[in-house]
Design a protein around this ligand. Structure first.
Ligand code: SAH
Ligand code: DHB
Ligand code: MG
Length: 219
């Protein structure tokens, strides 16, 4: 304690204080690790934030870009209003398979559709829908395209949350040649100029290191 960055220890402390034992989420993370998936899901505190946001706007239609093992999807599905549904888009069939199992074991599979394939290819089948809440967390170079689609399919008062927009501080580097950093900067430039939306970014620390969430509110 007392070092320059105790944020991972603080996350573990906060989890111990604020979260109940959660065998379904624990098992989901174990299955993800056993299947060799990268441990890049949101942290528990971040997952609970997504859950609380979904709950607070009484969302019935939720969309996710990037399922991985279904960890964030379980958090969000648990926050759906009665009769609500989550659709989550995943490129990798192996990830989708682990996620499907995790969603079943967590008791939310009846409320969640996992669509396998590149997200852009799945969007046309969702074209007639209107969402309350979207979490964008797939390939970062497509962030702006996903957000643009989501904003156009979100009701007034709905939210679009985007993961990984600070990237260990690299987002502030105008000269970065990292494609992911450039993609985030492009997204921020576009959303700042988008009259449909109001946006903030909250920097985050903790078990996932130094990163951040963008929160886009649809007018
Ligand atoms: N939201 C998850 C983590 C997602 S990790 C959680 O917090 O639990 C990012 C995921 O996006 C990976 O599973 C990756 O396979 C997927 N992905 C990458 N490119 C994609 C694309 N073009 N379309 C859909 N999913 C994609
Ligand atoms: C990576 C992707 C993520 O969505 C994330 O939250 C952390 C890391 C990655 O691809 O390394
Ligand atoms: Mg992420």
């Amino acid at each position: 304690m007392g070092g320059v960055d105790d944020s991972a220890a603080v996350d573990r402390y906060l989890e111990s204080v604020l979260l109940d034992d959660d065998p379904a989420l624990d098992a989901a993370l174990r299955r993800a690790a056993d299947a060799g998936l990268p441990p890049i899901q949101v942290s528990a505190m971040q997952g609970k934030l997504l859950h609380l946001l979904v709950r607070s706007i009484e969302a019935t239609r939720v969309l996710e870009f990037g399922t991985l093992a279904g960890y964030s999807a379980i958090w969000m599905a648990r926050g759906l209003a009665a009769g609500g549904r989550l659709t989550t888009l995943e490129l990798d069939p192996a990830h989708a398979e682990v996620a499907t199992r995790n969603l079943q074991e967590a008791g939310v599979a009846d409320r969640v559709d996992v669509i396998v394939g590149p997200a852009v290819d799945s969007l046309p089948q969702l074209d007639g829908e209107t969402f309350d809440f979207t979490f964008v967390d797939a390939d970062k170079v497509s962030t702006s395209a996903y957000v643009d689609w989501a904003v156009g399919h979100t009701r007034p008062g709905g939210l679009v949350v985007v993961d990984n927009v600070v990237r260990n501080g690299a987002v502030a580097d105008a000269d970065s040649d990292d494609a992911n950093v450039r993609a985030v900067r492009d997204f921020l430039d576009r959303i700042a100029a988008d009259p449909r939306t109001d946006t903030t970014v909250i920097q985050t620390v903790g078990t996932k290191g130094y990163d951040g969430f963008a929160v886009v509110a649809v007018r």
